[in-house]
Design a protein around this ligand. Structure first.
Ligand SMILES: [Zn+2]
Length: 255
């Protein structure tokens, strides 16, 4: 696409999505839909107050760092968005009202309110479709069918309520990998199935769109973001999750 085709991204903004560690050899594709808080200059911060532009409303705090660490540890490609979910939430289909959220928890997003059809279509065309296509072509490039693992983080306090859960393993109609990982959770970690969200919250779009039609085993991982807010926390969870994943897969192979 040339810059003439773009109404959101400028040429020097770079692409809407990227593949990190593209030559990873594990039969595993990692995904981070909420990896970036970047709002292209043309959108003038969407009118979001400065204190919220790098909050969990804009991205998954620690999510990209954890996904990159896992990608290196597991030798697996990672497909990551390079644009804030306030611009377009790549884990939502274009038909979802919250794909372009007018409000996120307690954060108003004035630039998403009363959006014209054309402006909304531009978000889909310039953010969602490139991400979707890159994930599709990355999955197509595997020689053997990979598992698909999406990496997310969640805020410890949601609408004023503290959340105790530390690790959530979410599934859609295929629960094989989520349950296998649950059986490998370490002692002392508050890990739960389908928490703090579940399929009924509409959060399993990537799994539905890319894994289930291909019959790929899949899981959505949610880590409480205060646990991965620094390098030590990221390294700890990269260890925990890579061990859970590899031992869950080894168990399945053995049966
Ligand atoms: Zn997320």
């Amino acid at each position: 696409m040339t810059s003439k085709d773009h109404t959101i991204l400028a040429d020097d903004d770079g692409p809407a999505a990227e593949v990190i560690h593209p030559r990873g050899t594990a039969p595993m594709c990692l995904v981070c839909e909420h990896a970036s808080a970047f709002i292209p200059a043309k959108l003038m911060d969407l009118g979001v107050a400065p204190e919220h532009r790098h909050s969990h409303a804009a991205w998954d705090i620690g999510g990209r760092a954890l996904a990159v660490a896992l990608s290196e540890k597991l030798d697996a490609p990672l497909v990551a968005s390079r644009v804030s979910r306030l611009v377009y939430d790549c884990n939502r289909p274009p038909s979802a009202p919250d794909a372009v959220p007018p409000r996120s928890e307690v954060v108003d997003v004035p630039g998403n309110q009363n959006l014209s059809d054309a402006a909304r279509a531009a978000r889909v065309a310039e953010v969602y479709e490139p991400f979707r296509t890159l994930l599709k072509t990355t999955l197509d490039s595997f020689k053997t069918p990979p598992i698909l693992v999406t990496i997310h983080s969640f805020t410890p306090i949601w609408f004023g309520q503290p959340r105790e859960v530390e690790l959530g393993l979410l599934h859609d109609s295929d629960d094989r990998l989520a349950r296998a990982m649950m059986s490998k959770r370490p002692d002392g970690l508050d890990a739960r199935l389908n928490a703090p969200y579940s399929v009924t919250d509409g959060v399993t779009h990537t799994l539905r769109e890319h894994a289930i039609p291909r019959g790929l085993q899949n899981v959505m991982i949610e880590v409480r973001n205060d646990l991965i807010s620094d390098a030590n926390g990221v390294a700890r969870f990269a260890d925990i999750l890579s061990t859970m994943l590899t031992s869950a897969l080894a168990t399945q192979e053995a049966t």
